[in-house]
Design a protein around this ligand. Structure first.
Ligand code: FE2
Length: 397
């Protein structure tokens, strides 16, 4: 015997089946009929006369299932389906299409556009119950899966935050040690008065400008170049810890032999940082520190040391460092020379364009001239100058 909506076959579902059903149907009679049966199944029923009203209803809160008529004024069932598919929020709400038509083409169209099931009017009770229950169970499983995924993402984010914090703490401790060594090397060497701090900030400015305006002649720099060079720049003269005080503080010009020894601060710095890199691999700034320590006295035309590299064979970080290092040395007082005026230092920098320095970086340096002057003034303010014996080193800044 055929059972319809008035059949006693409907039973109140288990509490876990409770959910909300949005009935989108223009006929008040059919709407009421469906609503009564939805309620008999223990679900909450909400109603809309057409697709446009359904959108308003779903904007208030999402149902667990939509029972959708096809032929309606204002906005038809297929039109509503298209809009739901286009919405990242509504796409996951399951839709059961109902139609009085035996129009399989329309049903296929709706299935292709996101409907999960269909029923033909008049409904058979068992089919209505089975399909609605199945649809809502599937929606609940989907919601549960989404919730678990959200929890997993939150958990992973929390885990990553904890790991990052630990890495930051370890890296911070390592950097404090390394930075202290750099300061020690600097303090033994000369009256440089915050040379390390100024040069790292000039490197940072240049690297940031290079990111905004990359050199077309070489691959674009990595996004983290400014931060990494700011951290790595203080390592440039770390190799001076291996140079004796006698040599570092010699108040006279170095002999050629002594200068050869002085040049080894590049390779000594590289070797020291290579050891750190081996023990703690994966630190981008240590890798960059190695490049800078080894290559910051190389020159664009190949007349530098220790390896007489030229042009783009010199790592970018070291080319940036060379400019910052020389400019800062020129514009600050040493016991063997007064501080040079900015304009005079710029003439020397420009004269070294394409000889000592990367020409593209010199052009950026000129563009940043005002910023560099301001930065230097700001950092010099309040810096107490020290005076100590200092020798002039050939080719050394
Ligand atoms: Fe150096």
């Amino acid at each position: 015997m055929r059972r319809d909506f008035h059949s006693k076959v409907y039973q109140r579902p288990h509490m876990s089946q409770a959910g909300t059903v949005l009935i989108v149907e223009d006929s008040p009679i059919i709407r009421r009929l469906i609503r009564d049966q939805v309620k008999k199944l223990g679900y909450e029923a909400r109603e809309a006369e057409n697709g446009a009203e359904a959108l308003v209803e779903m904007d208030k809160s999402l149902p667990d299932c939509v029972i959708l008529d096809l032929m309606m004024p204002v906005m038809s069932g297929p039109e509503l389906l298209e809009k739901m598919q286009a919405s990242s929020v509504l796409r996951d709400v399951p839709v059961i299409v109902v139609t009085a038509l035996s129009d399989m083409d329309k049903i296929v169209y709706c299935i292709d556009h996101g409907a999960v099931d269909y029923m033909q009017k008049p409904f058979r009770a068992q089919i209505f119950r089975a399909r609605l229950n199945s649809c809502i169970e599937r929606k609940k499983l989907h919601d549960r899966e989404m919730e678990l995924q959200r929890q997993l993402v939150d958990h992973n984010a929390l885990l990553k935050e904890r790991v990052d914090k630990q890495v930051r703490e370890i890296t911070g401790a390592q950097m404090s040690t390394i930075f202290a060594m750099c300061k020690l090397a600097e303090s033994r060497d000369e009256d440089t008065g915050n040379h390390i701090d100024r040069t790292r900030e000039i490197c940072y400015l240049l690297a940031k400008r290079l990111l905004e305006k990359p050199n077309p002649a070489e691959p674009p720099p990595p996004e983290d170049l400014p931060e990494n060079i700011r951290t790595a720049a203080p390592l440039h003269d770390i190799g001076k810890v291996a140079i004796s005080d006698t040599l570092l503080q010699k108040p006279a010009k170095l002999t050629p032999e002594e200068f050869e020894t002085m040049k080894t601060h590049t390779t000594a710095g590289y070797a020291l940082l290579a050891d750190v890199d081996r023990l703690h691999p994966g630190n981008a700034f240590i890798r960059m520190g190695k490049e800078i320590a080894l290559n910051h006295h190389e020159k664009w035309d190949g007349t530098g040391y220790p390896n007489s590299l030229s042009g783009y064979d010199i790592p970018l970080s070291a080319r940036i460092m060379a400019l910052a290092d020389v400019y800062d040395a020129l514009t600050h007082e040493r016991c063997y020379k007064p501080a040079m005026l900015h304009e005079e230092a710029m003439r020397i920098i420009l004269d070294g364009r394409g000889r000592h320095f990367d020409p593209y970086l010199v052009d950026l340096f000129v563009e940043l001239e005002r910023d560099i002057i301001d930065l230097t003034k700001q950092m010099d303010a309040g810096t107490e100058k020290k005076h100590s014996a200092r020798r002039e080193t050939p080719g050394e800044f």
